[in-house]
Design a protein around this ligand. Sequence first.
Ligand SMILES: CC(C)[C@H](C(=O)O)[C@@H](O)C(=O)O
Ligand code: SF4
Length: 469
Amino acid sequence: MSPRTLYDKIWDEHLVTTRADGTSLLYIDRHLVHEVTSPQAFEGLREAGRPLRRPNAILSVADHNVPTIDREKGIADETCRLQVEALEANVASYGVPYLPLLDERQGIVHVVGPEQGFTLPGTTIVCGDSHTSTHGAFGALAFGIGTSEVEHVMATQTLPQRKSKNLRVRFEGALPAGLGAKDLALALIGRIGTAGGTGHVMEFTGDAVRALSMEGRMTLCNMSIEAGARSGLIAPDETTFAYLKGRPLAPKEALWDTALAHWRTLASDAQASFDTDVVLDVSALAPQVTWGTSPQWVTDVAGRVPDPDQATSAEDRQAMLRALEYMDLKPGTPIEDIALQAVFIGSCTNGRIEDLREAAAVARGRRVAAGIRALVVPGSGLVKRQAEAEGLDRIFTEAGFEWRQPGCSMCLGMNDDRLAEGVRCASTSNRNFEGRQGRGSRTHLVSPGMAAAAAVAGHFTDVRRLMGA
Ligand SMILES: CC(C)[C@H](C(=O)O)[C@@H](O)C(=O)O
Ligand code: SF4
């Protein structure tokens, strides 16, 4: 057999059939479900009188519409409450495993899946959510699907797909101290653009990737979708296996050994060819900050807001002008001079325990600057519990951060945690388009350490200065 990439291998193992027009049918192992993209899918099944093919291949949880404060009192916002109630009614009537709102395992679907051991190497995983790419950190072929596809998977456990091309990203060199996976992701998108990965599945390789924890790998794969890719992948290794061992839904005993033997085969063959190769030297990378309304509009913290007159096309110039107007920024302004009114630490990009540790290390013994509202929102109840066991919640609250209950929260304006018009926010999430965190709000994407540093400084500042690194 000719050499294959990791993507080719998982694809081949799940291929049911390929039609003459080139469309393939893939078997889907696992399906994550949340309240936003599932109601019409359940409705469709109900109308057609079809059962679920494999209810136990689903894990469901509410995350986008949940309050992150006083949750015990119920959901005050009616739209949010109806969404969550609809999910609860659907999963009850179809017998789908569900993590209730007050269950400690509840959280953002992409934090919960890996935590429970639902996400496993070599599997195909889908969810009606674009950031399903997160799970690729485990060497799973994971991608977001639309609501009609959610219904298709529920009914058949398969999905029609066209095969993507293979793209390899190699991060060369060691990341400097104080930098992390978020800086890798932003630097990559800054380099190849938000369409750079279009039509491809992206495999991340190189020493800087091997050195990442599972949390960091998830951050990187989470953002592969913002680089336009269908999905992101990292070959599983000892770090992956150590993370999974003992998780509630991970294989046990003899099954674990069998699984492990298979998982060890999940790597691209040395001779495998990729359609596209991107190489990035990260040894001199600086913390990244976005200045515009797309993740590709990003620069070093020591950099300046660029001048649209330097754009390479009239179209780009127009787009930059519009972004600067929306962001209320002037060309040439040093990034460090940009003052903030809000800071959000959380989301499926950076709401895991390591992210909170990174932010807490900066917040410890300091104070949130006057005029800034800063939120820390754990990605799941288990992350929250772990953080509290380590005393991170106290570090945050003593510094003036708000410590919340788990959910998507201020990552997007779909629940109570919304920014007011004109408010400028340093956010550890993955999207910064117009109105993402609330109408007229302005989002700058950064790492958790950079967000905490901005909270205490009142403006962007190189987190390494606060670490003494
Ligand atoms: C609401 C959901 C469908 C959406 C997505 O697909 O990503 C959301 O999670 C987001 O991050 O914008
Ligand atoms: S945290 Fe943000 S990016 Fe992630 S699933 Fe929720 S809304 Fe989407």
